[in-house]
Write a new protein. Structure first.
Length: 246
C-alpha cells in the first residue's frame, strides 16, 4: 500500500506554509498594529474631552455605551487583533533567536534606538497594562477610593443627573497617585512602542522608500509623541488639580 501524501493535501500544506512564513507573519503583525494605532488615537480623542467638562465627557461616554452590539463587535475585533499581534510577535522573536542565537543579543545592541532594542519588553509591559486598564475602567474592579471619597458614593451624591457620571469616575481615579503614575509610565512605554512600531510597519509595507522615506520614518516618532503627550496630559492635569470631580 502506498504511503504517499494525497495530492489534495499538498495545496493545503503549501497554503499553511505561505500563511506561516516570516513575511506573512510580519504583514499580520503590521496590519494588527495599525488597527491598534487607530484605536489608540480614537480612544485618546474621546478621553481628551475630559478637558471640556462633565457634560462633554459624559456625552461621549453615553454615546459609546449606547452603541449596543456594535460595541461588542468592535471589542471582539480589537481583542482578535491584539491576540494576533502578540502571537505573531512571539513567533517572529523565537524564529530570530533560533536562526542566529549567538547574534541575537548583539543584533539588539546595534539597533538605532532604545525603543527598537526593547520592543518585546515594551510589548509585555503594554499587555499587562491593557489587562489592568480593562479591569479598571471596563470591569470596574480597581478601587477608586481617594481621601475618603468613593466614586460610587460621589455618584449617589449627584443623582440629579439622569445618567452615570463616568466623568467623576475618571477624575477620582486619577486623583490617586498610584493610578496616575501607573498610567503615565504605561503611556511612556506606549509612546516608545508606537515610535518604532509605526515606522517599522511602513518599512514592512515597502513604502518608506525614496522621497517618502523621511516622512514615513518621522511618522512613527510623531504619533508616539502625540499619543504620549495626549494621554499623559490627563492624569497630570487631574493630579495637579487643574480638573476636578465637582
Amino acid at each position: 500500500m502506498s504511503s504517499a501524501t494525497p495530492t489534495s493535501a499538498r495545496p493545503f500544506d503549501r497554503l499553511v506554509k505561505a500563511l506561516t512564513s516570516t513575511i506573512s507573519l510580519k504583514i499580520v503583525m503590521a496590519l494588527t498594529g495599525l488597527v491598534g494605532v487607530g484605536f489608540v488615537l480614537f480612544h485618546m480623542a474621546g478621553n481628551l474631552q475630559v478637558f471640556l467638562g462633565r457634560d462633554a465627557y459624559n456625552d461621549y461616554a453615553e454615546f459609546m455605551q449606547g452603541l449596543g452590539p456594535l460595541k461588542w463587535i468592535a471589542r471582539g475585533g480589537l481583542l482578535t487583533a491584539l491576540a494576533l499581534h502578540v502571537a505573531t510577535a512571539v513567533v517572529l522573536i523565537q524564529r530570530n533567536q533560533r536562526a542566529r542565537p549567538e547574534r541575537y543579543a548583539g543584533l539588539k545592541q546595534k539597533q538605532t534606538s532604545l525603543a527598537a532594542m526593547y520592543m518585546a519588553e515594551l510589548g509585555m509591559v503594554l499587555l499587562a497594562f491593557i489587562i489592568y486598564h480593562i479591569a479598571h475602567f471596563t470591569v470596574g474592579v480597581v478601587s477608586t477610593d481617594f481621601g475618603g471619597v468613593n466614586y460610587y458614593e460621589l455618584q449617589q451624591a449627584t443623582e440629579e443627573a439622569t445618567r452615570r457620571d463616568l466623568y467623576a469616575h475618571f477624575i477620582v481615579s486619577f486623583q490617586q497617585p498610584g493610578i496616575a503614575i501607573t498610567y503615565i509610565l504605561a503611556n511612556l512605554a506606549l509612546a516608545a512602542h508606537l515610535a518604532h512600531g509605526v515606522t517599522s510597519t511602513f518599512k514592512t509595507a515597502g513604502i518608506a522608500v525614496g522621497r517618502w522615506k523621511l516622512p514615513f520614518e518621522v511618522a512613527g516618532p510623531a504619533i508616539g509623541v502625540i499619543v504620549g503627550l495626549g494621554n499623559i496630559s490627563m492624569p497630570l492635569a487631574i493630579w495637579a488639580g487643574f480638573i476636578g470631580a465637582t
